[in-house]
Design a protein around this ligand. Structure first.
Ligand SMILES: Cc1ncc(COP(=O)(O)O)c(C=O)c1O
Length: 288
């Protein structure tokens, strides 16, 4: 799975990483300012697993330091923070429509901004920066980042389904919450006040001591019972491609989440019966 820092690096800029909050796994606003230097251009909050970042604090920091805010809402289609949509609070919002996203067009994505000039520039860049005056004259280096018309048509159709999909995701979360309640050592996802969580993934943390098994051991046992799960994202220090940028820096909250986190089957096609099966299987493993 690609990450926003790829896009940063494509431009020749250097991504600077900030550790996440231990409860939402989103960027921790309290740790941002220490990372800002005169070379900093933008903050890129990623709304992880469908839960919005603490945007008021982030926007305030950005204003104070005259930085742009580029929201990565790849995992939070339709998610909200204090009644505002994820992707629509910063200078730019980025969305992925990759196959595993809430709305998918197979591949592709979308960039939004309220700034007409930037929108026009982005349109040009996405299509080889053809000059407006003359096709095949290029004003600058551009890219082929076009979303095909067929995919766009699927996306428009899917947009109408988004409220239904979000409802389904939220129902899934409720059912997991009920099915998994009270299992010692299993931490269920939280939703902060004012946030509309769209639960792209139902993400849990395993406390090895209290649960009796590590996250990896639980994943293996679930696999034996026919339940596939996924690891969380890995911290920057585990990415070979970031070795030179990161040096010896460590991101303990991200590392803790990666070591102990797993997400449960969360696709839109999951049935209540399957959620029951996953929940009761985890409960039985915990008891054993
Ligand atoms: C938070 C986040 N940002 C960016 C991406 C990349 O999107 P794409 O694969 O459409 O380039 C993904 C997932 O693929 C993601 O989860």
């Amino acid at each position: 799975m690609a990450a926003p820092w790829f896009a940063v690096m494509y431009t020749g800029a250097t991504p600077v990483f900030v550790d996440c909050e231990p409860d939402t796994w989103n960027i921790d606003p309290k740790k941002i300012e220490a990372k800002i230097t005169p070379r900093t251009k933008a903050i890129i909050p990623v709304h992880i697993y469908g839960h919005a970042c603490e945007m008021n604090s982030i926007l305030e920091i950005a204003k104070k330091h005259r930085l742009r805010v580029i929201e990565d809402a790849a995992e939070a289609h339709g998610g909200e923070y204090k009644k505002k949509l994820c992707g629509a609070m910063g200078d730019f919002g980025c969305f992925s429509f990759y196959a595993n996203k809430i709305i998918s067009t197979g591949e592709g994505g979308m960039l939004i901004t309220n700034n007409d000039e930037w929108a026009e520039h982005a349109r040009q860049l996405k299509s080889y920066s053809f000059s407006k005056a003359k096709r095949f004259i290029h004003d600058e280096i551009g890219y082929n980042y076009r979303l095909g018309n067929l995919q766009a048509a699927v996306g428009c159709g899917e947009l109408a389904n988004l409220p239904k999909y979000i409802e389904r995701k939220q129902q899934m979360a409720k059912s997991y919450e009920k099915g998994l309640a009270g299992i010692p050592g299993l931490r269920l996802p939280i939703t902060k006040p004012g946030v509309k969580n769209v639960y792209w993934m139902y993400a849990t943390l395993v406390d090895e001591k209290k649960f009796g098994l590590s996250k990896d051991a639980l994943r293996a046992k679930l696999k034996e019972k026919g339940v596939d799960t996924r690891d969380f994202f890995y911290p920057p220090e585990e990415q070979p491609v970031l070795k030179e940028i990161i040096g010896g820096e460590r991101f303990p909250n991200a590392a803790f989440a990666a070591q102990n986190g797993l997400y449960l089957p969360s696709g839109l096609a999951i049935t209540e019966k399957q959620i029951d099966y996953v929940s009761s299987t985890i409960r039985a493993i915990a008891k054993a």
